[in-house]
Ligand binder design. Structure first.
Ligand code: TYD
Ligand code: MG
Length: 463
């Protein structure tokens, strides 16, 4: 007979505790334990033999489905794989429902699809669809429901639905367990049932999950290991663009991004994001350097801005927006120790323009260039891009995909590139259109760039 037990589950990390406590043993979070009832059942399944097979063999691959929203398709690794489960996470209001309604409507032009909302009524979804100008035709089926069992029954009745969007997983409930919607156990069990159904029916299931900073709803982080693909939809509320980023993908590369712009008619694809981020770049001010970056497989040029101002504080300020603060301190230390520049009596602010977050170490050189330019108040020669990682010895290290970076810079009309290239790579590769590629070995060579610097003095410190 089934026995009901009580357990306390952390809503952040999902760790179970037999007793209530203020602090989660698993992740250290406070006040996140919630009481949940579980029915423990004895295993009644009989052992079944496991069959081993060789690694090479015939497995018919179902073709991927292209939604024809190419930014979305690329992030998925070239379309969605039948039978796979995607999790699309993001802050509330970022545009997840808008994106997926557009995706589902686009795919419904080819195959039957369903959009199931646990948050909005049919009238609301229709209104939104009207505003977006999407029409799914007769193959797009809408429903407003929250019970997983009912939803699976409905899908079974239809039989031929190839993609279903569940918006959102936190609103779903299942009868098999007895905790409130949105709790970790409920979210996990609902997701499990949907995943099993997806594999069995060979349907694509897209789960929408809210991530909140306060963690009011159980974070979809507990689902990340269960699904095939995890996409995060991010953006700054002050900016119109949104980035869809793949952080896990069993069927494609990660770190891939898709860029969208939120307009009054929904999300529109941005096929040339560099142009968007360099939109109002002013070339004649000091402290601005263009970084030729790569996000996934796609090059993106971004502007790095620095401001260096005299400080009145005992310990000067170091503020970085869109860039790691620890990395900023490291680059400042290298500039001081290896290039003889002094930032100790200055406040330093660094900003990645446009609200983008840059995580690549390849941006080091652009950061250093912006800092040096801000320090001496001399603009960097116009039409220049930078990329290269900086080492503690003051060396500039080559980074991956130099060719793609140079190509993108050339495409956008840049004439000069300052970078490190692997020794075996000829400086000429990928440089068509770029007038001069300065191959750098040491950071100190950067000082030659800006005429006002007493770089000879600085150089003598180095040698
Ligand atoms: P939504 O998709 O509901 O966000 P989520 O599902 O992630 O919570 O997006 C809501 C926001 O998008 C809302 O603040 C308004 C904005 N929006 C537009 O700017 N244009 C549009 O055409 C639509 C539909 C929404
Ligand atoms: Mg929504």
């Amino acid at each position: 007979m089934a026995k009901t037990t009580t357990r306390y589950v952390c809503q952040d990390c999902g760790t179970w505790h037999p007793k209530w406590g203020g602090k989660c043993e698993g992740c250290g979070a406070w006040n996140r334990l919630v009481e949940e009832q579980v029915e423990s059942k004895r295993s009644t399944t009989r052992p079944s033999p496991v069959e081993f097979v060789g690694i090479s063999g015939e497995t018919p691959l179902a073709p991927r489905k292209l939604t024809n929203i190419s930014e979305f398709d690329r992030v998925c690794g070239g379309g969605v794989v039948p039978g796979s489960v995607l999790l699309v996470g993001g802050d509330p209001g970022i545009g997840k429902s808008t994106l997926l309604l557009q995706v589902v409507a686009a795919l419904a032009r080819q195959v039957p699809c369903a959009y199931i909302s646990g948050e909005e009524a049919i009238a609301q979804i229709r209104l939104r669809a009207q505003r977006l100008g999407v029409e799914g035709g007769s193959q797009l089926h809408l429903a407003s429901a929250t019970n997983v069992k009912d939803i699976l029954n409905a899908l079974d009745q239809f039989g031929n639905i190839e993609l279903v969007v569940i918006d959102s997983i936190q609103t779903m409930v299942t009868d098999t367990i007895e905790s409130a919607p949105g709790t970790v156990s409920q979210v996990r069990t609902c997701a499990q049932e949907l995943i099993i159904a997806a594999k069995k029916r060979n349907t694509v299931v897209v789960l929408v999950g809210h991530v909140t900073k306060e963690g009011v709803l159980a974070g979809p982080r507990v689902l990340e290991h269960m699904v095939d693909t995890v996409l995060y939809f991010e953006g700054e509320s002050n900016y119109q663009y949104r980035i869809l980023r793949s952080v896990k993908n069993r069927y494609g590369a990660t770190d891939e991004i898709g860029v969208f712009e939120m307009t009054d008619r929904g999300l529109s694809e941005v096929s040339n994001p560099s142009a968007l981020f360099l939109n109002d770049h002013n070339q004649d001010v000091s402290g601005s350097a263009i970084f030729a970056g790569i996000e996934g497989t796609r090059p993106i040029l971004t502007e790095i801005q620095a401001l260096v101002a005299p400080t009145y504080l005992a310990s000067p300020r170091r503020t970085a927006v869109g860039w790691d603060a620890g990395r900023l301190s490291m680059i400042l230390a290298v500039l001081e120790a290896r290039c003889g520049l002094i930032f100790g009596n200055k406040d330093v602010y660094l900003n990645v323009a446009g609200g983008l977050k840059v995580t690549e170490p390849a941006a080091d050189l652009a950061v250093a260039a912006a800092l040096v330019s801000a320090l001496v108040n001399v603009p960097i020669p116009s039409q220049s891009v930078f990329f290269g990682e900086i080492g503690l010895a003051g060396e500039v290290r080559p980074v991956a995909q130099a060719e793609n970076r140079l190509k993108e810079a050339a495409k956008l009309g840049f004439l000069r590139a300052y970078c490190a290239l692997p020794s075996q790579q000829k400086a000429t590769r990928g440089k068509e259109g770029i007038e001069s590629v300065y191959v750098m070995k040491y950071l100190i060579e950067l000082l030659d760039l800006l005429p006002k610097l007493p770089h000879n003095k600085a150089k003598s410190i180095e040698r």
